[in-house]
Design a protein around this ligand. Structure first.
Ligand code: GLN
Length: 497
């Protein structure tokens, strides 16, 4: 059982308190390498960084385990994730690897080989997942910045629950090389901090990561595509220091997000946030994203399908701790793969593998996986219709009305309202108590992701900023932008936060 799971700390000073949000906590933080000589440029300013443990590191004393029993014993990554190399070159001092839901699968960081993550204050409270360890490290003030990954909300949800900022960039902007895949078409590296400025500096500052293509990641946008996207965004950058930053901007309130399950306190806080924006000169308009109600179901078909394929390699031969004993024991089945996987993976990961293998099987494929892909296209179309900006990666859809005398091409836009950003809560409830979460049915836990998965399915940038609620506890306000509108999104989040 999870509650009985013991924390295994790889290297820790004896004085230091045992913290369940760090898996590896080296005695001394790891300083960045010296800049390559000869170098005329001064060394960058250093900052402390915690790294989610599904991001590969090769620094001695910082193993990579994905909080999985299958990797925890002996796995040593042969490569360093590109994002680690990039951040170290920008002054990151690594303080440790953080706890998570095994392979990123979960919403409360309870499905970990090392035991669940809990917030320090209030204690026994969910830190959100799957980047819960990273969020707590930031919330406790132990680091300035933490890396997470966001497949369906894993950076934004923990940020909301712990009262910090969590940013998921546009898909394809930040290299995934060395990020152990959960669902490749959705996985995104994300950033957690109490302040927006360190994130802004890294993404759109002088050495901005948004310019960096990585040839090791086939889904990293090419230099040419980056130029094209940036060209389309030129002129839209909100000037810093401008006092009327929000003036004239249009924020859409997606009506379908006002669900019955929404905590009334969150609904009130959402309305109050919209009012504040309005008072600051922004326009607030209702918008419709009709496919929202199917997005969650589509996500929980697509993500496990990709996961089941990604996790096939942990068989004790290619990857993973081999269960040689079980393999030679006929009474235990005598099959190496089965015993290795049976013992190595946790319950939630097994559930996802079963789900994914089923929805990809020949008899179920058409009913699940293919339908979910269709829903995904509709989710994208919903977003493209409400944003004033075009999606630089997608052709505008046109309808051919062949029964008219002349072919009419219609732009794929509905109604007069076209917005700059969408404004909605990050999660439908405040952070729940861990006890309740552990007794929950898996499907109820999946519900938490209802507001975060749509932007993931569409690959859009989204950020969760702390939102004031009229009660104890933290909640997040989510801003979603059009593809590659990250610079503006970060500027606006700055003004809203
Ligand atoms: N909670 C979602 C899931 O379990 C999202 C996880 C994530 O973004 N890594 O799939």
């Amino acid at each position: 059982g999870l509650r009985g799971a013991r924390l295994r700390v790889v290297s820790l000073t004896s004085q230091r308190r045992l913290l369940n949000h760090f898996i590896t906590h080296p005695a001394e933080p790891i300083p960045p390498p010296p800049p390559p000589a000869p170098s005329s440029s001064p060394s960058p300013k250093q900052f402390t960084l915690a790294v989610k443990d599904n991001i590969a590191t090769t620094i001695p004393g910082l193993p990579t385990t994905c909080a999985s029993g299958i990797l925890s014993k002996s796995y040593v990554s042969p490569i360093e994730a590109t994002i680690i190399t990039q951040l170290r070159a920008r002054g990151a001092v690594i303080t440790g690897k953080t706890n998570l839901d095994e392979f990123g699968m979960g919403s409360h960081s309870i499905y970990s080989h090392y035991g669940p993550v809990s917030q320090d204050t209030p204690p026994e409270t969910s830190a959100g997942g799957s980047s819960g360890g990273s969020a707590v490290a930031v919330a406790n003030g132990e680091v300035e910045l933490a890396l997470g990954t966001d497949t369906g909300g894993s950076v934004r949800l923990p940020a909301a629950y712990t009262g910090i900022i969590g940013y998921k960039p546009s898909y394809g902007m930040i290299s995934r090389y060395g990020v152990i895949p959960y669902a490749n078409s959705l996985d995104t590296v994300g950033f957690l901090s109490k302040q927006i400025n360190p994130i802004k500096e890294l993404i759109i500052g002088e050495r901005g990561l948004w310019k960096e293509h990585d040839s090791n990641d086939p889904t990293s946008l090419t230099a040419a595509a980056r130029k094209r996207c940036a060209a389309q965004r030129r002129g839209y950058r909100i000037r810093q220091g401008q006092t009327t930053e929000l003036e004239g901007l249009k924020f859409g309130i997606p009506l379908e997000y006002n669900i019955a399950e929404l905590d009334p306190k969150i609904r009130d806080a959402w309305a109050a946030a919209a009012k504040r924006l309005q008072d600051a000169g922004a326009r607030i308009v209702p918008v419709s994203l009709p496919t929202t109600k199917h997005a969650l179901a589509a996500y929980y078909v697509i993500a496990p399908a990709e996961a089941s394929s990604n996790l096939a390699k942990y068989d004790g031969v290619r990857y993973g701790a081999r269960d040689a004993e079980g393999a030679s024991d006929a009474s235990a089945g005598g099959v190496l793969y089965a015993s290795t996987r049976g013992k190595g993976f946790g319950e939630e990961v097994k559930r996802r593998i079963l789900l994914g293998s089923y929805t990809l099987s020949s008899e179920a494929m058409d009913n699940y996986f293919i339908k979910a892909q269709r829903v995904r296209r509709l989710v994208r179309r919903d977003f493209n219709r409400v944003f004033a900006l075009e999606n630089p990666l997608q052709e505008r859809e046109t309808f051919e009305l062949s029964d008219l005398p002349e072919e009419v091409e219609m732009e794929d836009k509905w109604g007069p309202e076209e917005v700059d950003f969408l404004l909605c809560p990050t999660a439908p409830t405040l952070a729940p108590k861990l006890k309740g979460v552990m007794e929950q049915q898996p499907v109820d836990a999946y519900m938490n992701d209802v507001f975060t998965v749509p932007a993931s399915l569409a690959g859009l940038p989204a950020i969760s900023v702390p939102m004031k609620v009229a009660t104890e506890g933290a909640a997040g306000l989510q801003l979603i932008g059009q593809y590659w509108d990250d610079a503006r999104l970060l500027d606006v989040a700055d003004a809203v936060a």
